[in-house]
Structure formats: C-alpha cells, structure tokens
Design a protein around this ligand. Structure first.
Ligand SMILES: [Zn+2]
Length: 278
C-alpha cells in the first residue's frame, strides 16, 4: 500500500502543467556535497579554517578577499574544484523527466552556487541562481558590471592550509583581484546583473503557467531565500507545494504535502508512485 503522503505528492506532480523546482543547500547533500549549516559542519569540511576559528560567515565575505585573498581563494577555489568533480545524484534526472512530461516544462530556482543543475543537463536558460554562481567571476573593485566565465581557472590549493597557490585570479579589465560572482556575507559589491536577467526569464515563464507544482528540496528556514521565493510563487500564481526536507517538512496548507525525507529519497519515492500510475 502506498503511503498517503507519497500518493498525494505524486498526484500533485501528475496533475501539474509546470514544474517549479526550488532548491536549497540540502539538494546537494545526496551528491556528497557538504552543507555549511552551523560552524561545526563548516569546520568538518574545512579543518584548516576550524583550527583558526574562522566562521563561514567570515570566510565567505568581501572582507576576506581584501584582508587575505589567498585564503579567500583557497576556500572558493577548493569549492570550485569540488563542484566540478561532483556527479549530480539521480534526483536531478528525475526532476528533468517530470519537467519534460509537463505541458509548460520546468524552471529551477536555486540558492546553490554549485552549478549542479547545469552539470545534470538542465538548460541554463531555465535556471535562476539567486545567490550567483561559482563558475562566474567579477572584479572585486568592481570596475564594471561585467562578469565572466571561470572556465580558464584551474585551482591549485594547499588544502592543509586552505590557501590558493600561485598567482591569484585578476580582472581582465583593470587588473584588480577577481572574485566569484556570488552573494557573500556583508556583500555590497556583488554584480547580480546576469542573475537578475535569469529572474526576468523566470517571471516571464511563470506568467504562462496555469497549474504549477512547486517541488522544494532541502530549503530550510535558516537562510530563507528559497522559501520566500516559493511563497511568492504560490501566492501570485497558485499551484501546490511538495516540500521535501528531512528536518523542516511541515507545510501550512492541507492541500500541500511535506515529506520528511532527503532530496534523493523523496524524489525516488514519489517517482516510484508515478511509475505505478503509468
Ligand atoms: Zn576590474
């Protein structure tokens, strides 16, 4: 017998004309990526920073690019290399398959900067990376609103010290230090122009959907960008919510569904029910 919550979730996916994927940090966990919830999780992933007592909010800041650029680039360069060698888990393929079956297709809203949706074959024109992207760079100054690809960057990191080896990435326009085009903590210099363009494409797409289902994955209340976005979609465009979250799965309305599962387990379980529906 099918769990009633799973049956409800499968029904919401089955009847929708469009899939809104709303992904938070928990989405990457099943691919083996660390989430930086709490200092202890961050320091487990970066022991060198734990030894010096530096918090995530301190390292991931424009201030660290000013004060100790080799450390800042040690951290971001390590993440860039990690994300490049990470294979997205099967939940990404399940979402793509669902979206392909729906009349209006899918759009992804993600707070993750890790590029995993692109790596899993999602169309870059159907993504809004609300906190930016690690594969995009900008000037720290910044001397212009330009962002550029990090393709040419091959990180060489002293992992024991979390430090970038060799010459640091620079702005091709003015020669100042470059940085990832990611929203950091205490950041007033993030260049979000291309990410605002993504947001405009998302809004145009949402204007054409009639019965969206929003599948929210691993998005907690701690950094609530994804939840705020999701609420805005449901308020303005209607539709129903499937929240998949191992710790914070409650949903405000009975018409919606919360599954207390990790992203991959939740997607697989719903997909199995959908397969049974034919
Ligand atoms: Zn510059």
């Amino acid at each position: 017998m099918t769990d009633p919550l799973l049956a409800h979730a499968a029904e919401l996916v089955d009847q929708a004309d469009a899939l809104v994927v709303a992904a938070g940090a928990g989405m990457g966990v099943d691919s083996g990526l660390p989430d930086f919830r709490g200092d202890s999780g961050f320091w487990r992933a970066y022991p060198a920073l734990g030894a010096s007592g530096l918090k995530f909010t301190e390292v991931a800041s424009p201030e660290t690019f000013r004060r100790d650029p080799a450390l800042a680039w040690g951290f971001y360069g390590h993440r860039l290399a990690l994300y490049r060698r990470t294979v997205p888990h099967d939940g990404f393929a399940i979402l793509r398959r669902w979206g392909e079956r729906m009349e209006r297709g899918l759009f992804v809203y993600t707070s993750n900067v890790d590029g995993q949706f692109q790596r899993a074959g999602f169309d870059a024109a159907s993504l809004h990376e609300c906190h930016g992207a690690i594969e995009r760079l900008q000037c720290t100054r910044p001397c212009s609103l330009a962002t550029w690809s990090a393709d040419a960057l091959q990180p060489d990191i002293d992992e024991a010290a979390c430090r970038w080896r060799g010459p640091l990435p620079t702005c091709p326009n003015c020669g100042a230090l470059a940085r990832p085009a990611i929203l950091m903590f205490g950041d007033s210099a993030w260049i979000e122009r291309e990410f605002e363009q993504q947001a405009a494409r998302l809004d145009a797409w949402l204007a054409c959907v009639r019965r969206p289902v929003e599948v929210e994955l691993g998005a907690g209340t701690h950094i609530p960008s994804v939840r705020h976005f999701g609420q805005r979609v449901l308020t303005r465009h209607g539709g129903r919510l499937v929240r998949i979250n191992p710790r914070e799965s409650s949903v405000p309305l009975n018409a919606d569904v919360g599954l207390p599962l990790g992203a991959l387990a939740g997607l697989r379980a719903i997909d199995a029910v959908l397969a049974g529906l034919g």
